[in-house]
Design a protein around this ligand. Structure first.
Ligand code: GLC
Length: 625
């Protein structure tokens, strides 16, 4: 017996040595650069040593299963770049009540062909002062009504068994005012006050206000909040209850990295780094995208590659185009693995409203000219508003003025413009600048809501066609498509948020409604709205995951065509060529193919010689040769 034990012990020791070796190798690969950057920012050897020790600790804590997955993914390279990758984002409570509920609903998500689930913020956060969960009170606790950390780890395991990846938010710019650190800071504890930005005197906050724009000009004006009980101002870029963390303090960086690794060890595959451009503040600047932000993201990438290399960093960079791509870093020194394709999203809706594809084409050309390793997350709608961050310099050349155009877009999507079928609401209308953003679901913006209310079947046909065309276009873009839960059944705006005093001031809740499971029953009926949208998407998804032209490393570019309502995208891979043409107008068109040749229409499956294709308004074709 004793002998056997010794063998087992021996085996364990051998395993441990092998595991330690892997860590050491990875550490060696990155150590010098990591140390260099850390010292540049903090010049603190002790804190760096602590960080390294803790990285090893979290590595040791990581389960054997996750370590195996890490190794597989390291060997596979960019494992998330697959043509069948399809994401869906959802609020746990809206979708399935709690985490266990999500687990029960995995078969539905598989039916949606989804293999990447983004669970919207679920960590402990005070009710009514949570910004949809983006004010975290405890990075290691799940909101009690949603379940426990163990439920989350179990869900991750179940997802992995089914080949599904799990994404969560890492809200690193700020904590809730109810976070332990904030509570201690509020008691006047200097050690904790130094983790935030506190000022007794209003002069520095006033200096900041001169150069820092506002995120929520109406719902949370200003970048500071006065705390009368302390006699201090605290920096709050977002809501007053979201206190900005001070990353000049190495304790903040280290502790937040430990939180990141803790969450990674629960089995997360993709970590969305929330509001990352804001994490470094400097007086006299706009406090966005400062060089130190990139130092921090680069360090995070290396820390991930050492401890948990299977993890993908998804940067939430909702900024103008030239500020976005730098978050990929360089090929030698990468930062984020994935970024949101935010300008393309906003420009898509601009195209819907104007029926003029020129700006969208220009934007897509910029994206297509970037290195192919850069992976964008494409989407039509998400949980946030649509900010009209368009290329106004170009629009100006075409005679369009920024202020007037934003007003037009907002009027159009509210359904106030002749011919518009969209429904939705403004967001953070700025009384000073007249600026506003927009909120609604995809289906409501496409006309499903108005056609439904008017019970107008003809209008409904148009709305569904537009909705499917936009999804087909999203699937044709270079990158990974992400659906917003409910869009697969054409869920429309939910106005009940107005009855909840906690939500009423924030119109983003109009598209954060409860998922309507009753409507899911309708998908079996191919003539119902839900059936038409769900099955239409299903067909598109099937084509996308089976056809090589949708390979993620395909060559993608747009084609010059004389008609400014037709967007023409070409994808080339494995010797095949896809001509994808989208009609952003109400009128039908005859499209001339580049030459008379044999094409397969991927939607109908018909292969024949064609020279021209007839396309109805708001319709599309996928022609392959
Ligand atoms: C991100 C989130 C948004 C939130 C903000 C503050 O932009 O997407 O919903 O309000 O961060 O955390």
């Amino acid at each position: 017996m004793a002998k056997r034990k010794a063998t087992v012990g021996g085996k364990t020791a051998v395993k441990k040595a092998a595991s330690d070796r892997i860590f050491m190798e990875r550490m060696q690969r990155h150590h010098d650069e990591l140390r260099w950057l850390y010292m540049e920012l903090y010049g603190n050897d002790d804190m760096f040593a602590e960080l390294c020790d803790q990285m090893k600790w979290y590595y040791d804590q990581r389960s054997a299963k996750l370590k195996k997955l890490d190794a597989e993914r390291e060997a596979a390279g960019a494992w998330y770049r697959k043509r069948d990758m399809l994401g869906m984002m959802m609020y746990i409570d809206n979708f399935a009540g709690n985490i266990k509920g999500v687990q029960e609903k995995l078969p539905y998500l598989e039916k949606c062909n989804v293999n990447y689930i983004h669970l919207m913020p679920f960590l402990d956060s005070p009710k009514g002062r949570s910004d949809g969960g983006y004010a975290v009170a405890d990075f290691r606790e799940v909101k009690p009504e949603l379940g426990t950390m163990d439920d989350l780890a179990e869900l991750a395991e179940k997802c992995h068994d089914k080949g599904i990846s799990l994404c969560m938010d890492f809200v690193m710019n700020h904590t809730s005012e109810n976070h332990e650190w904030a509570k201690r800071a509020r008691q006047g504890d200097g050690e904790y006050m130094s983790r935030y930005f506190f000022y007794a005197d209003p002069s520095i906050p006033q200096e900041y206000e001169k150069t820092v724009p506002q995120v929520f000009p109406t719902t949370a004006p200003g970048n500071f909040t006065y705390l009368p009980e302390m006699g201090h101002y605290v920096m709050t870029t977002f809501y007053p209850y979201q206190w900005d963390l001070n990353y000049r303090n190495p304790r903040v960086f280290n502790e937040m990295m430990y939180n990141f690794l803790y969450l990674a060890n629960q089995g997360m595959d993709i970590i969305r780094i929330d509001a990352v451009p804001y994490i470094w503040k400097e007086l006299g600047t706009n406090c966005r995208n400062l060089p130190q932000v990139h130092t921090i993201v680069r360090m995070m990438r290396m820390i991930g590659e050492i401890v948990c290399p299977g993890i993908v960093l998804l940067g939430e960079v909702v900024m103008e185009p030239d500020k976005v791509a730098p978050y990929f870093g360089t090929v030698e020194k990468p930062e984020c693995h994935m970024l949101y394709n935010v300008t393309t999203m906003a420009t898509t809706w601009h195209t819907v409203a104007t029926r003029d594809i020129r700006l969208l084409r220009k934007q897509m050309d910029i994206v297509c000219s970037l290195p192919r390793e850069y992976t964008f997350l494409n989407y039509l709608r998400c949980h946030d508003d649509i900010g009209w961050g368009l290329d106004y310099a170009t629009l100006k050349e075409w005679g369009m003025d920024e202020v007037a155009h934003k007003k037009y877009l907002n009027d159009y999507f509210q359904g106030k413009v002749e011919g518009s079928v969209s429904r939705g609401e403004l967001y953070n209308e700025d009384p000073v600048t007249g600026d506003a953003r927009f909120c609604a679901t995809t289906a409501s913006m496409c006309g499903v809501e108005s056609a439904g209310i008017e019970q107008d079947e003809e209008e409904m046909k148009w709305a569904i066609r537009k909705d499917l065309m936009l999804h087909a276009y999203m699937f044709t873009q270079s990158g990974i498509p992400m659906l917003y839960s409910g869009d697969e059944i054409g869920q429309v705006n939910d106005y009940t948020y107005k009855d909840d005093p906690d939500k009423a001031p924030d119109s983003r809740y109009i598209h954060r409604g409860k998922f309507n499971w009753d409507l899911v029953d309708n998908i079996k009926d191919k003539t119902s709205v839900q059936g038409r949208i769900f099955n239409g998407l299903e067909d598109l998804e099937k084509i996308r995951r089976t056809e090589a032209v949708f390979n993620t490393d395909a060559e993608v570019y747009t084609k010059d065509y004389k008609d400014t309502s037709l967007l023409w995208i070409v994808r080339k891979s494995e010797g095949e060529e896809l001509h994808a043409v989208f009609n952003f107008s109400d009128e039908g068109r005859t499209i001339w193919m580049p030459e008379k040749a044999v094409y397969t229409n991927l939607a109908t499956g018909v292969t024949e010689e064609v020279e021209t294709v007839e396309l109805s308004g708001w319709d599309f074709v996928w022609m392959k040769r």
